[in-house]
Design a protein. Structure first.
Length: 418
C-alpha cells in the first residue's frame, strides 16, 4: 500500500471471520487483528502484506513514521489504521513485520467495513459466504513443560532471595509448554477466540510461523500525539456460579499483594513514558480496576502522556520495551535476573504484536494468552509476577490457569501439578 493516503470504500457489514476465511486464509503473510467474537465496539483489521525490513517499520530516523502531531483524531469516515505495518517483536527484540498491501477495517460499533487500496477488495469481501464451524482440536494429550511445578517453585524462592537482597522488588517469572506435531494455525486461533474472546486478540502469519493470541493487555496505543499503556498485574479464575465469580473478582480487587504488584508496574511505566513524554503530562488514568474475560478476572491500570515533538516509533519502544508487566522492576535488574533463572529465550511470548500506521498512530498488544505455531510444534508461554509476599503454590496454579485455554485450543492439557 503506498505511503500516500489510500482510497477507501465503505460498505455494509460482513463477519470478519467469514471474510478472512474467504480471502486470506491461505496467504503466506496475513493478519487478522480481532476485536472479539460478537464485538459491539472497537475495530478489527484483516489483510495481507509482504515482508519488510524492520528498520523501516521501527526506524528512529527522520524519514520514519512520526508519533507526535502526525496522526489526526479519527474522522467520521476513516479508520484508526489506514496502512502501514503489522507484525510482532519478540521479547529478545527480534522483529517480524509485513508491509500492508490489502487492508479491510471492520467498525464494530457502526457495523460497517472500509476497504483500503485495492478497488476490488470491497466487492470480494462482501461476497464472502458464512464461515463454517471449526472442528474440535484433535486430542494431543499432555503438553511438555520446560520445567516441573517443583522446579518452578524453586525458581520462585530464588526470585524471593533476590528480592530480599534488594536486587529487585518484582520479577515476572515465566515458563513454556510445548505440543509437538503439525497444526492448522488458523483453526487454532478460531478455537481460541471462541473460548477466550478479547478486545486485542489476533492472528498473524509470517511465513512458516504464526501467532494466535487472545491477549487482554494493550501495551501501547498512540493517537494524535498521546500514548496510553494498560498494564495488567493480578489474575483470578472465573467461576460458573455468579456469586462465587463476583467474590473472586472482589478478592482480586482487594488483595494486598496483587494491588502492590500492579502499582509497582504502574510506577515503572510512568517512569518509562516520562523519557519520551512532555514534562508533567504523564498520569494515571485508571488504577486497579477489575476487567473480566471469559476465563479470568484481571487487575488493570492505565498510564498515559503526551509525546515529545519528533518522537518516533523506535524512540518509544526504546523507552518502554520490553513491557514492565513482563519483566518486573527495576526493569534492567529484573531482566538480568530472569535471564539467569529461566535459562532459555522467551521468543515471541512476552513480546508485542499489532500495527504501526503510516500516519504515526500505533496499537500494540502484549503477547500473552497466546500460541506460537511453527511447522513441527506449537508452544504456549505463561508466567506471573513474583514479589516478597508470593506463595509458591498460588503462583504455580496461576501459571496453569493462564496456559489452560491456549493449550486447549491445541487439543492439549496442562501437565499435572500446574
Amino acid at each position: 500500500m503506498p505511503r500516500s493516503a489510500s482510497p477507501f470504500t465503505p460498505f455494509g457489514w460482513v463477519d470478519p471471520e467469514s471474510v478472512f476465511l474467504h480471502l486470506f486464509a491461505d496467504a503466506p503473510h496475513a493478519f487478522w487483528l480481532d476485536a472479539g467474537v460478537d464485538a459491539t465496539s472497537g475495530w478489527s483489521f484483516l489483510g495481507t502484506g509482504r515482508p519488510d525490513e524492520p528498520s523501516r517499520a521501527m526506524t528512529r530516523s527522520a524519514d520514519g513514521p512520526g508519533l507526535v502531531g502526525a496522526s489526526p483524531e479519527e474522522d467520521a469516515e476513516g479508520a484508526p489504521f489506514r496502512g502501514g505495518w503489522v507484525g510482532w517483536i519478540s521479547y529478545e527484540g527480534e522483529p517480524a513485520w509485513v508491509r500492508v498491501d490489502s487492508l479491510l477495517a471492520f467498525d464494530h460499533a457502526r457495523r460497517r467495513v472500509i476497504a483500503h487500496g485495492d478497488p476490488t477488495l470491497a466487492a470480494r469481501a462482501a461476497a464472502a459466504p458464512p464461515a463454517p464451524g471449526v472442528a474440535p482440536a484433535p486430542a494431543r494429550g499432555t503438553a511438555s513443560a520446560r520445567v516441573t511445578p517443583a522446579r518452578y517453585a524453586e525458581l520462585i524462592e530464588a526470585c524471593r532471595d533476590r528480592i530480599r537482597e534488594g536486587d529487585a522488588y518484582q520479577l515476572c517469572l515465566t515458563t513454556r509448554f510445548t505440543v509437538p506435531g503439525a497444526m492448522d494455525a488458523l483453526d487454532v486461533f478460531r478455537r481460541l477466540r471462541r473460548s477466550s474472546t478479547s478486545h486485542h486478540a489476533g492472528f498473524v502469519r509470517a511465513g512458516d510461523t504464526a501467532l494466535a493470541s487472545a491477549s487482554p493487555e494493550r501495551f501501547l496505543h498512540v493517537r494524535a500525539g498521546r500514548v496510553h499503556t494498560h498494564p495488567i498485574k493480578g489474575t483470578r479464575r472465573r467461576s460458573p456460579d455468579p456469586a462465587t465469580d463476583r467474590a473472586l473478582a472482589e478478592e482480586l480487587r482487594t488483595d494486598a499483594k496483587e494491588r502492590a504488584e500492579n502499582v509497582m508496574i504502574v510506577d515503572l511505566m510512568r517512569n518509562d513514558l516520562s523519557r519520551v513524554c512532555e514534562p508533567s503530562t504523564v498520569g494515571v488514568d485508571r488504577l486497579l480496576e477489575v476487567e473480566t474475560y471469559p476465563t479470568v478476572h484481571q487487575l488493570v491500570s492505565e498510564v498515559s502522556g503526551r509525546l515529545l515533538p519528533g518522537t518516533r516509533v523506535g524512540d518509544l519502544l526504546a523507552a518502554t520495551f520490553p513491557a514492565g508487566s513482563m519483566t518486573g522492576a527495576p526493569k534492567e535488574s529484573a531482566m538480568g535476573i530472569l535471564a539467569g533463572l529461566e535459562g532459555q529465550p522467551r521468543g515471541v511470548y512476552s513480546g508485542v504484536f499489532g500495527w504501526v500506521g503510516d500516519d504515526g498512530s500505533a496499537d500494540l498488544a502484549m503477547v500473552i494468552r497466546s500460541v506460537v505455531i511453527e511447522p513441527d510444534a506449537a508452544w504456549v508461554g505463561a508466567g506471573g509476577g513474583i514479589t516478597w509476599r508470593s506463595v509458591a503454590a498460588s503462583e504455580v496454579a496461576e501459571v496453569g490457569l493462564k496456559a489452560r485455554a491456549p493449550l486447549a485450543a491445541l487439543g492439549a492439557e496442562v501437565p499435572p501439578g500446574w
